[in-house]
Design a protein around this ligand. Structure first.
Ligand SMILES: Cc1cc2nc3c(=O)[nH]c(=O)nc-3n(C[C@H](O)[C@H](O)[C@H](O)COP(=O)(O)OP(=O)(O)OC[C@H]3O[C@@H](n4cnc5c(N)ncnc54)[C@H](O)[C@@H]3O)c2cc1C
Length: 387
């Protein structure tokens, strides 16, 4: 059985649903989104910490954030749909002089591009988030317009808007391959495992950390590796922070924010530097390394009970930047992959920009520096603020 569409979007996370909505709203024709799970947002999106921020070290990431954070904060007002958003800031704690110079330079760049970012001393940090251990603190940067939001709410919100705008979302339906013309110069549609196919001149790969397998089916190599990250949520405890500010200890990359009556926290393990799809929770590491670090940053956590924990996958590229846009030599294929741990917050603007590129509109943010071909050309971009 063969169906037809104008655009097939593969993947129903924050990215795929935002792309489907922005395409449908732009009048890009019949849009079909395929999600292999029976619900949306069960990939990295559903395991994410929900943070959004302007504080990146590369200009392109700050430019994407300036648009995307505004879209997250205005989502409910713009679309009349509920979205849990707390813009109570991101606080980067820096305990090393050399690192502090780098953070100050990044903050100056962020301000030059239009973001609000403040530099705080120890007293200001203690006043902002009482209870934080400030020993050895050299300085901190604070983005008052940064914050946390609900990843599942954003994903399902964009799915609702996409459906209302006429897009079709097919759950429990995987794409097993991307078809191309015989000479391999253009895509012609996608194959599903049941044998059915969908003919389409445009295919968007928004399959998260699983994107490389799909890309390989049409001869495209995308350098994305899965790297596990733990998240632990505590129950309520005395001395828990009242603010929902996302605090990051840059020496250890331990982070936390208020979540319900307790906090949500995470930190990379040393072994997370090795790529793997393994997502088993490492209870020994939580006890031996995460909790002591957590208590050294927020001593009140000593009395907190653990409520739940999980492991999700970061979709890492060699330069920690997304891979966005068309692919040279393969007409009709668009990539929205490799967000390297910050794809939830960039989903609104990336959905809009991908729709603009497909429909031939000038993109709201110039993402040409993020095309796949940068790896072959050796034009990598650095990003040091990967949490
Ligand atoms: C622990 C953790 C914390 C994070 N914290 C943050 C944060 O604070 N802020 C932030 O911005 N980002 C954060 N991230 C990163 C963020 O979660 C991801 O960058 C983002 O969710 C990527 O969205 P996506 O839609 O591209 O991918 P996904 O959410 O993974 O969606 C891809 C979808 O594609 C589907 N799929 C795959 N292959 C196929 C196929 N062949 N056919 C059909 N469907 C397919 C999958 O089932 C999945 O639903 C975090 C990630 C983790 C793991």
């Amino acid at each position: 059985m063969t169906a037809t569409a104008d655009v097939v979007v593969i993947g129903g996370g924050a990215m795929g649903t935002s792309i489907a909505y922005h395409l449908a709203r732009a009048g890009a024709g019949r849009i079909v989104l395929l999600e292999r799970e029976t619900a949306l947002g069960l990939g990295s999106t559903g395991r994410c910490a929900g943070g959004f921020r302007h504080q990146f070290s590369s200009e392109i990431n700050v430019r994407l954030s300036l648009e995307s954070v505004r879209m997250i904060r205005e989502f409910s007002a713009a679309h009349g749909l509920p979205l849990d958003v707390h813009a109570e800031g991101y606080l980067f704690l820096v305990r090393d002089e050399a690192a502090w110079a780098g953070h100050r330079a990044a903050a100056a760049m962020q301000r030059r591009l239009g973001a609000r970012v403040e530099e705080l001393d120890t007293a200001a940090v203690a006043a902002l988030v009482p209870g934080l251990a400030t020993h050895g603190l050299v300085g901190a940067t604070f983005g008052p317009d940064d914050g946390i939001a609900d990843p599942s709410g954003l994903t399902n919100g964009y799915a609702t808007l996409a459906r209302r705008a006429g897009a079709t979302i097919r759950l429990g339906e995987a794409a097993s391959a991307v078809h191309t013309t015989a000479d391999g110069s253009a895509v012609t549609g996608v194959q599903t495992p049941g044998g059915a196919s969908i003919d389409a001149p445009v295919v968007v790969n928004a399959a998260g950390v699983w994107a490389p397998a799909l890309a390989a089916s049409c001869g495209v190599d995308i350098p994305i590796e899965p790297h596990p990250r733990h998240v632990v949520v505590t129950s309520g405890f005395a001395g828990r922070p009242e603010r929902r500010t996302l605090v990051i200890d840059t020496a250890t990359m331990f982070y936390f924010h208020r979540e319900g009556a307790g906090v949500l926290m995470g930190m990379p393990r040393r072994k997370d530097a090795v790529a793997t799809f393994e997502t088993a929770v490492d209870d020994d590491w939580i006890a031996d390394e995460l909790l002591p670090t957590a208590i050294s940053v927020l001593p009140a956590l000593e009395s907190a009970g653990l409520a739940r924990s999980w492991v999700g996958l970061y979709e890492m590229t060699p330069d920690r930047h997304a891979i966005l846009g068309p692919v040279e030599g393969l007409g009709g294929l668009f990539l929205a992959n490799g967000f390297s741990g910050h794809g939830f917050q960039h989903a609104p603007i990336v959905g809009k920009v991908i729709a603009e590129l497909i429909t031939g509109q000038p993109p709201t943010v110039d993402v040409s520096a993020l095309r796949l071909e940068r790896f072959a050309r050796g034009e990598l971009i650095g990003e040091s603020h990967v949490v």
